[in-house]
Ligand binder design. Structure first.
Ligand code: GDP
Length: 593
């Protein structure tokens, strides 16, 4: 078996220490005394086995027992899920394994959750690095680089505190559907996520973290890493125009190899590019770099896994996040062209159905957001990359006519063109802009629920209020045309123009006008005594002193209250509402069903 090195990514919340951890891992490599302690790639660093062996010391013995030793690890240099989302590959991720960094004193934070969601959707195994252990209050510095040793050297209460913090993470992960445990207590690495306490600052725990990573990949990712019969392919992370080089693409080569003489097949927005690299470039080792502008050295071929740069004028407009296939013959070229075409079709969305319009900067972010929107059951009418243009707004406008909550644009890390801005302002089209995936989706969802609540408030305010009131004895002001008499509101709020009934369910008429101290009022609250006028009735015929009345919502309104608005009624109003239903049901069995 020829096993390649796994591609490792670092994810986590901002400030959890991702960059510090990467620096520490690279630093570990630089300090490696063995030849080639670390090799710099484009966008990634390669730590060879020798370096890992030296770092892990006695721990490495166990790893050597595996028949399928990996030749090292390739760590992606830029942390965070933005790069990770672009490291996409058919049916999953180009990353083989991830380190999820969690600040020991803060636990899970919003972007930790987002990282986890993305890892989950791409099915990438991960290890939790519980960072900043040196910041646990009372933590004693020690000389060892091994966390298991450092923990033993702490006071008992610190050990208990660390255990508690580990169990907090275990608890959070279990709610999210994962079993996890401190790596030294893990019995089955396949079913339990390993938590490795570390300090990126002091370096303690790094040997164990590397050992767990290598152990996991050797044991569980053999098939993925085995290079036998793998098609040569990479993923485009960045496309640039560089002085002296022209159009270039930074690639992570996932499987196989690339030679200068090979043909590459890769996606643009509306076409497939078939070309040959003008140059394949790797970074020059520091000691060979005389002029800092002259950073790259041309090479003839590179084997996976690796980070490299390809220069070719044809690369202009190539999409970051798209797969790059390496073809060695005409049949391959045809096969990969088809593959890319079908891949592009499945990524972009353009339908006639009602749904939000999504514009993103890269295919990777597009795919991740589409996945998350689908999970929260938000329909999408269009998902594409590039700036928000006028046509997007026009389409959104048409959707808004049918559904105001779907007639919006979600713009992830893209510009809004001036005419689109103008059009959105005049058409009152909402554009949600964000650079963080979870907050883009959260803000949209929050707006929908707030807007729904406001809409509900408006609908509720239009409904017949639920109220009970009593005709006060001795307060007949006028017998008829209209009848004017004094009432006391017993429960709820009584308003003008509201139908009411007596306790037998007979509709008496509409409350025409309400007056308090001879002034017209639109409503009267429970406890208030007011004068009430009603057209078309005569006191002593349809109504009598001391009689009790109820407002009378029509059946369709009562149904609406039952279905949606009971929580908006006070407990007394709920009681009266139930009485109203009872009274009406006696007359009409179907009332409010
Ligand atoms: P990122 O945003 O996740 O890349 O986090 P950084 O690596 O930039 O770290 C954020 C802050 O935490 C910086 O001030 C680091 O110096 C600090 N930091 C990172 N790791 C550790 C650690 O292990 N211990 C301590 N005490 N501070 C750390």
């Amino acid at each position: 078996m020829q096993i390649r090195q796994p591609i490792v990514v670092v994810l986590g919340h901002v400030d959890s220490g991702k960059t510090s951890l990467l620096d520490r891992i690279r630093g570990t490599g630089v300090q490696g005394r063995e030849a080639g302690g670390i090799t710099q790639h484009i966008g990634a660093s390669f730590l060879p086995t020798e370096t890992i062996k030296e770092t892990c010391g006695p721990l490495y013995k166990k790893l050597q027992e595996s028949e399928n030793q990996v030749p090292g690890i390739l760590v992606i240099d830029t942390p965070g899920h933005e790069v990770f989302t672009n490291l996409r590959a058919r049916g999953g991720s180009a990353a083989d394994i991830a380190i999820l960094v969690v600040d020991v004193n803060r636990g899970f934070q919003p972007q930790t959750n987002e990282s986890l969601k993305i890892l989950q959707s791409r099915k990438v195994p991960f290890v939790v690095a519980l960072n900043k252990c040196d910041q646990i209050s009372g933590w004693r510095k020690s000389d060892t680089k091994f966390i298991t040793q450092a923990i033993k050297e702490q006071d008992q209460f610190i050990q208990t505190d660390l255990d508690q913090k580990i169990y907090d993470v275990v608890g959070t992960l279990s709610v999210l559907g994962y079993q996890s445990e401190a790596f030294y207590r893990v019995k089955d690495f396949k079913s339990e996520i390993a938590i490795v306490p570390i300090s990126a600052r002091s370096g303690v725990g790094i040997p164990e973290l590397l050992a767990v990573l290598v152990g996991l990949t050797q044991q569980y990712l053999q098939k993925r890493l085995d290079q036998k019969e793998k098609e040569s392919r990479g993923i485009v992370l960045e496309v640039n125009e560089e002085i002296g080089l022209g159009h270039t693409a930074n690639i992570i080569l996932i499987d196989g190899s690339i030679k200068k003489t090979d043909t590459i097949v890769v996606a643009k927005r509306d076409s497939v590019i078939i070309t040959k690299p003008k140059a394949i470039l790797l970074p020059k080792p520091l000691d060979e770099m005389r002029d800092p502008r002259d950073k790259f050295k041309p090479v003839q071929s590179v084997d996976a896994a690796a980070g490299l740069k390809i220069a070719s004028p044809d690369l202009e407009g190539v999409l970051p996040g798209s797969t790059l296939y390496i073809a060695s013959n005409e049949d391959d070229v045809k096969k990969y062209t088809k593959l890319i075409e079908s891949e592009m079709k499945s990524v972009f969305i353009d339908t006639e159905t009602n749904g939000v319009v999504l514009k993103c900067d890269t295919i990777g972010s597009l795919e991740a957001i589409v996945e998350m929107l689908r999970r929260s059951q938000v329909p999408i009418s269009k998902a594409d990359i590039g700036p928000v243009n006028r046509r997007d707004i026009m389409e959104t406008r048409a959707i808004k006519e049918n559904d105001r909550h779907l007639g919006v644009v979600l713009a992830f890390n893209v510009k809004i063109l001036p005419d689109a801005k103008e059009e959105s302002e005049s058409g009152h089209i909402k554009i949600f802009e964000d650079k963080i995936i979870y907050s883009l989706i959260d803000n949209y969802n929050a707006w929908v629920s707030e807007d729904t609540a406001n809409e509900d408030d408006a609908i509720f305010a239009e409904l017949t209020p639920i109220s009970k009131f009593t005709f006060l004895k001795g307060y007949v002001f006028r017998n008829t045309d209209p009848a004017v008499f004094g009432i006391r509101v017993d429960v709820g709020t009584l308003k003008q123009k509201i139908p009411f009934m007596n306790k037998d369910g007979r509709k008496i008429g509409l409350v025409h006008q309400l007056q308090l101290d001879k002034k017209t009022v639109t409503s009267a609250k429970a406890g208030q005594e007011v004068a009430c006028s009603v057209q078309g009735i005569t006191i002593g015929r349809q109504i009598f002193e001391e009689e009790v009345f109820y407002t009378f919502p029509p059946s369709h309104e009562a149904k609406k209250i039952l279905a949606k608005f009971m929580h908006k009624l006070s407990s007394e109003e709920q009681e009266i509402f139930n009485e109203i239903i009872e009274i009406q049901r006696k007359k009409d069995a179907a009332y409010a069903y």
